[in-house]
Design a protein around this ligand. Structure first.
Ligand SMILES: [Zn+2]
Length: 303
């Protein structure tokens, strides 16, 4: 489904939430440019007839880079912090920690569900970089947290930010990779709020998000902090390993399906919350055993 959102800018919407698909932008300007390639097969057939000269992937996850390989003539831009996950399936699984958390069979199921295809080469983009396709100019915002290379795109003239996987769906904030970071996620949300865009275009689900009072963004942020408090409470009440804490499901409360994959996400996000507690001086660890670093009650945690 396409929406013309401004002169030369179309949204290619993928309704609902589905692995390996996302909402994408098509810029038909002097340069024909795609932001994201997670559209469906029918859009691929249309786009292949007039292929883009430039592809920009917000980050290296398979659902955002799905068909980048289908346009070998296009220049591809991406943030270099995601290089290891797009270069090889091995690197992708390692960054999810799936080489130790999942069986080889489940890792293969995951790669297939994400339609993983390596991207052989790309040009690096950086925070603040302006990209001009002719009449349209937009800015790269490096917004890590979800993963190390995650970027959003600010269109100042049109008043929106394409927020990619700061995605406002019921699925909630996700930061389950080795180089994901709770602190970075919170900082990125604060930075996004400070821009004061007229609206956001989310990478999944309902694309157009108007949030003039910032309530949606604050609710999204609050979800991260609620999880942080739950992880802290479990640690301060005697759970000392990632698995012991994750068993209480402080992230998802109820694991979505497939549970095997979401259990791995739960473990990784608990780990990232513990790291954040450690960065703040509230936790420490000795190998796999975590402990409260100070004798503080969770009520005193200022999160
Ligand atoms: Zn993602």
């Amino acid at each position: 489904m396409r929406h013309q959102i401004d002169r030369g800018i179309q949204l290619i919407q993928f309704p609902g939430f589905h692995y390996a698909n996302c909402n994408c932008l098509l810029l038909e300007d002097d340069l024909r440019c795609l932001i994201e390639t997670g559209f469906d097969e029918s859009e691929l057939q249309v786009l292949i007839k007039s292929p883009p000269q430039l592809i920009i992937n917000s980050h290296g996850h398979g659902d955002h880079c799905r068909y980048t390989h289908a346009f070998p003539e296009a220049r591809v831009l991406m943030h270099p912090a995601d290089r290891s996950i797009v270069e090889s399936a091995k690197g992708y699984l390692k960054e999810f920690n799936f080489d130790s958390l999942l069986s080889p069979e489940w890792s293969e199921i995951f790669l297939q569900a994400m339609c993983y295809r390596p991207i052989e080469s790309f040009e690096e983009m950086e925070d603040g970089q302006e990209i001009c396709t002719g009449n349209i100019t937009f800015q790269v915002l490096h917004m890590p947290g979800h993963c190390a290379g995650h970027c959003c795109f600010f269109f100042p003239e049109q008043g929106f930010v394409f927020t990619s996987d700061i995605e406002f769906s019921e699925f909630g904030p996700w930061y389950g990779m080795v180089h994901s970071s709770v602190a970075d996620q919170l900082n990125s949300l604060d930075r996004l709020a400070a821009i004061g865009a007229e609206y956001y275009i989310s990478g999944h689900g309902t694309p157009f998000i108007r949030d003039p009072e910032g309530q949606r963004l604050m609710a999204y942020r609050a979800t991260v902090l609620e999880r942080q408090r739950r992880v802290a409470a479990l640690l301060y009440n005697g759970r000392s390993t990632i698995e012991e804490i994750a068993r209480e499901l402080p992230i998802y409360r109820r694991l979505p399906r497939p549970e095997t994959i979401f259990w791995a996400y739960e473990l990784m996000m608990v780990l990232n919350h513990l790291r954040f507690l450690e960065e703040q001086g509230y936790a420490g660890h000795d190998g796999d055993t975590w402990y409260p670093a100070k004798n503080l009650g969770t009520a005193k945690l200022s999160l």
